[in-house]
Design a protein. Structure first.
Length: 186
């Protein structure tokens, strides 16, 4: 699947998560306004069109309107449907994978003035290998990953690979650098 398509689907996934985060909990408010439900359904329709996969069974049908409210839906039904589609996208596309597995790395860098910079890394070297279209860079990243897994890491091997990566792509170098720092922080 094309990288641009996955990026587009990921932005729709983010939109759905954003909508879910704005919904009240079932214990706080039992009714969701119809405007929000229509927004959710529009995003699901867009997802269906972009992905060329039918997600329409995740839409909240008008038949689910609450009898006692003119344009209201029960919170539990809306949150359930939204949770179902978010979980499916996470499973199908691996979104939110690192957070689910608890592999999200944190790096804290202190300078002489004791200012703190906190950086969350939500990807691994394996993700970078999978994202790479160049076989040589995949090979270098694989070798780097293997070296970082060793208890006695060989700095000369790591340095040689890092120099190659820097000459190959500064973007890749800046993506890999926090992972290197995390491995030497242990």
């Amino acid at each position: 699947m094309g990288e641009i398509l996955v990026t587009h689907i990921k932005s729709i996934y983010g939109d759905l998560k954003g909508l879910l985060s704005q919904l009240p909990l079932v214990t706080q408010n039992g009714i969701i306004d119809g405007f929000i439900v229509r927004q959710i359904n529009e995003v699901i329709e867009k997802l269906t069109q972009v992905s060329n996969t039918n997600y329409s069974n995740y839409k909240i049908p008008e038949s689910e309107k609450n009898e006692n409210w003119e344009d209201g839906y029960e919170t539990i039904k809306v949150r359930t449907q939204l949770g179902r589609i978010i979980s499916r996208l996470e499973e199908e596309y691996g979104f939110n994978k690192s957070e689910q597995k608890g592999q999200q790395a944190n790096i804290v860098i202190m300078n002489k003035n004791t200012n703190e910079i906190s950086l969350k890394i939500d990807y691994t070297i394996n993700d970078l290998i999978n994202d790479s279209s160049n076989n040589e860079s995949k090979d270098k990243l694989y070798k780097l990953n293997e070296e970082l897994k060793k208890p006695n890491k060989n700095w000369d091997t790591i340095k040689t690979i890092l120099i190659w990566i820097l000459n190959f792509s500064k973007e890749l170098f800046f993506k890999i650098l926090p992972i290197i720092l995390q491995n030497f922080q242990k």
